[in-house]
Design a protein. Structure first.
Length: 416
């Protein structure tokens, strides 16, 4: 079994796991926010209860009551909602390692953006995630964080700065992904370092016969609300690597910044409805206007893109693929069958930018994406889609032989 195939399956498994964990986390988060906002007062509520909600699902009825601080006594069984968040972050980090750290030369750093080593790029990546939580937490705990409006403005400024900063360091695709990871780290750390510890303090007080302080519930509620408004932008950023019109433009950091505003407008609508405060339809108009601006920015960037000269310097890995005996033939195949879409100026109707930002016009580009070309057009027939450029079997075999002549078959002698 080949290293390339193993890495593809590991990446697929991690992505699948990440999506499942993300669905579980987002689903429970949205449910509890809706439940919390929909609580109603009732004359027969137990002492200390804040509100109740009646719900119907799966053929049965649920009667839910919330205690703002804590009930007088806890039942033996208490369900905690935390592992959805933890596994969503851990699986995302595993995926970050498999794709962007293991493939740092290709997906993380780009000498045309900032000429740094892959090791330094990985260090900056890790450092930025740690910095994100520290900066966010300090802002929340500062005197400025006591005012909700001021706090939200400061947090938005932090996100805009990071959006711009990432585009100055990483590849466009990695910049968007890292902004999503930066935000997701804040969200998961909110659960791990603030929300769950606050709830544990309340539980410990109850078990010890002490009256819990309300401040712990208020703090957990604040961080939970932040997570609620950050969820949709994170989902967008994590999906963005399929859409170069979002990440591969001159104004990508502006587009990313606007995505956070869309998250606010969309969540405001649903939160208002769930809280029985009417239906603020204007939020959809605002969302549509922001989205139109985003589309205009991506088109504007295309019209006025500068033709910056790309570096021709090859890394040792790229050099090996470019110097392989069959490379000139493979280059002819790729440029003839793939480059009509994977190009700076695409020639296929309906495709305005190279899919996923992958360009296959130069020796450096083709050598850089050797493994992807092998997996997509050699080992499998995923590309070209529907074989629209009529790639022949002999050409696919040529790609396979070229890749294997350099990369070998990896663990074949051990696993087969």
């Amino acid at each position: 079994m080949e290293v390339a195939l193993i890495m593809e399956w590991l990446s697929f498994a991690a992505r699948w796991f990440h999506v499942i964990a993300g669905i579980a986390w987002i689903g429970s988060s949205f449910y509890f926010i809706a439940l919390d906002l929909g609580l109603r007062k009732a004359p027969d509520l137990p002492e200390g209860a804040y509100g109740e909600e009646w719900q119907v699902h799966g053929g049965g009825f649920y009667h839910i009551q919330k205690y703002l601080v804590a009930p007088a006594a806890l039942p033996e069984h208490l369900t905690w909602f935390k592992w959805e968040s933890y596994w969503a972050w851990m699986s995302g980090f595993i995926l970050l390692v498999l794709v962007y750290y293991a493939g740092a030369e290709l997906f993380l750093v780009d000498p045309d953006v900032l000429d740094i080593s892959p090791a330094l790029g990985i260090a900056i990546s890790l450092g930025s995630l740690v910095f994100g939580w520290i900066a966010y937490d300090l802002i929340c705990k500062s005197p400025l964080g006591r005012n909700t409006t001021t706090l939200m403005l400061l947090l938005y400024v932090l996100l805009v700065i990071m959006a711009w900063g990432y585009t100055q360091v990483f590849t466009p695709r990695a910049a968007f992904l890292h902004l999503g990871a930066f935000t997701a780290t804040i969200m998961s750390a909110n659960v791990f370092l603030t929300i769950i510890p606050s709830q544990r303090i309340v539980v410990a007080d109850l078990k010890a016969g002490r009256t819990p302080e309300a401040k712990h519930g208020i703090l957990a509620k604040q961080r939970s609300t932040h997570n609620n408004y950050l969820t949709l932008p994170v989902v967008f950023l994590m999906l963005s690597n399929h859409y170069p019109q979002a990440f591969a433009t001159e104004f990508s950091w502006v587009i990313a910044s606007l995505i956070f505003l869309m998250g606010v407008t969309i969540r405001h609508y649903f939160n208002s409805v769930n809280a029985h405060k009417g239906s603020p339809i204007w939020t959809w108009g605002a969302t549509a206007m922001i989205f139109i601006v985003i589309m205009w920015l991506s088109a504007f960037s295309t019209l006025f893109e500068s033709e910056a000269e790309e570096s021709t310097q090859l890394t040792p890995s790229q050099q090996r693929f470019a110097e392989a005996p069959a490379f000139s033939e493979v280059r002819n195949v790729v440029q003839g069958r793939c480059a009509m879409c994977h190009a700076s100026v695409t020639a296929w109707d309906g495709i305005i930018k190279a899919p996923k930002g992958v360009k296959l016009e130069t020796d450096r580009q083709i050598a850089s994406y050797a493994r992807q070309i092998y997996m997509q057009a050699g080992h499998t027939r995923a590309m070209p889609p529907a074989n629209v450029s009529f790639m022949e079997d002999d050409e696919r075999r040529l790609i396979v032989e070229w890749y294997r002549s350099v990369a070998g078959t990896g663990f074949a002698s051990i696993l087969n």
